[in-house]
Write a protein that binds this ligand. Structure first.
Ligand SMILES: NC(=O)c1ccc[n+]([C@@H]2O[C@H](COP(=O)([O-])OP(=O)(O)OC[C@H]3O[C@@H](n4cnc5c(N)ncnc54)[C@H](OP(=O)(O)O)[C@@H]3O)[C@@H](O)[C@H]2O)c1
Length: 339
């Protein structure tokens, strides 16, 4: 007789305690959970890739200020890409490639309506967490619906070599703009210019980075696409151009800070009749399929790359990958690839 117990055992990642500073490996722990048989309408997904998101550091803070808070004892919030291994819903078949955002775990059991199917003709499975996932869609809508760069304009991307930045820069190039990227090393700068077609890339760990930026933007910056906040945003503001836009996509440098700090050079927004614009990707949810169709044509003709930075491991290796991303290891989207 079936007692409702499934043969598979799940591994979930749980927050053990509120991190201080950058996360430590033992701020997290794994737990094994017995799986039960599916109810009608449910599916089970086996994860093959786990997306590593910078914003996780914001939502594990000891604060209810931010949406989607994760508290000690909670499963770590995250999205996985994988294959359906069991289904009790006619709309989803075993073998379907899907995304599901119910936390960092090996198996996800959920209602069929909670999974999103991935068309692997458009992009490989891992890319559905990167350039074809929220990161790439963020870049797409932030560029085309908010920043709207024009041919001949100059765009600065802060956090240029990350998941969002690496796509945003390429999209600004497709729009005809001149693109400057800021990142943390020569290796990343070379990659941005040689592989992704950035016009200029500047290493902010070089003492003279601001001077280099100024020299490369003699007509100032029409767009600052900011992923990091903090000092880099503050300094960049001195170069915002007339009627320029500063797109506040993310503030990675502030997520782990005890006291967050804002820009002091905002005076340039007034002088230059420029504006800062907030942005949240979820406002564009209804338009994701259109964006993906358009991006798929660029991927096919070679004008858009979907860079993935895969590290292999198990669910228990997620904290290492997460920390590595904060230490700037990633070129493109950081993914944990499960064996
Ligand atoms: N608004 C939205 O709807 C939305 C959606 C998705 C993501 N986001 C935000 O977009 C930003 C980028 O996300 P992502 O997924 O593309 O992450 P990511 O850029 O791939 O990864 C984080 C990168 O941030 C940089 N970094 C880490 N600590 C830093 C510090 N203290 N100062 C400056 N840079 C630092 C590192 O790059 P370097 O080596 O270049 O320093 C690191 O590789 C995040 O803030 C995220 O929360 C917003």
């Amino acid at each position: 007789m079936n007692d409702g117990r499934n043969e598979r055992v799940n591994t979930q990642l749980v927050l053990r305690n509120v991190p201080q500073g950058l996360t430590e490996i033992d701020d997290f722990e794994t737990r094994e959970v017995a799986l039960t048989d599916l109810e009608p309408g449910q599916v089970m997904v086996e994860a093959q890739f786990v997306g590593v998101e910078a914003a996780l550091r914001l939502i594990v803070r000891d604060s209810d200020e931010f949406l989607f808070r994760v508290k000690p004892g909670d499963i770590v919030r995250g999205t996985v890409a994988g294959k359906v291994v069991e289904s009790r819903d006619a709309s989803v078949k075993v073998g379907d490639a899907v995304l599901v955002g119910n936390g960092v775990q090996k198996y996800t059991v959920c209602d069929a309506a909670e999974v999103e199917k991935c068309d692997l003709e458009q992009a490989p499975l891992g890319a559905w967490l990167g350039g074809f996932g929220v990161s790439g869609l963020t870049a797409y809508f932030a560029v085309f619906s908010e920043c709207k760069p024009q041919p001949g304009q100059t765009v600065l991307i802060n956090g240029a070599a990350g998941a969002v930045g690496s796509i945003a820069g390429q999209l600004c190039k497709l729009a005809g703009a001149r693109v400057i990227g800021l990142t943390s090393s020569k290796k990343k700068c070379d990659w941005l210019v040689n592989d992704l077609g950035y016009d200029i890339a500047i290493n902010y760990n070089d003492g003279g980075w601001f001077q280099q930026l100024q020299d490369n933007a003699p007509d100032r910056l029409d767009v600052i696409f900011d992923n990091v906040g903090g000092h880099l945003l503050d300094e960049s503001l001195k170069l915002i151009g007339m009627k320029g836009i500063v797109l506040l996509c993310g503030s990675t440098s502030q997520y782990a800070a005890e006291e967050m700090s804002g820009p002091s050079n905002y005076i340039w927004l007034g002088t230059m009749r420029a504006r800062m614009q907030g942005f949240v990707i979820f406002d564009y949810e209804d338009h994701y399929p259109d964006a993906r169709r358009r991006m798929a044509t660029w991927v096919k003709d070679g004008s858009l790359k979907l860079p993935l930075h895969e590290v292999s491991g198990t669910i228990g290796d997620f904290p290492k990958a997460f920390r590595g991303m904060y230490e700037g290891e990633n070129l493109g989207k950081m993914l944990l690839k499960l064996g």
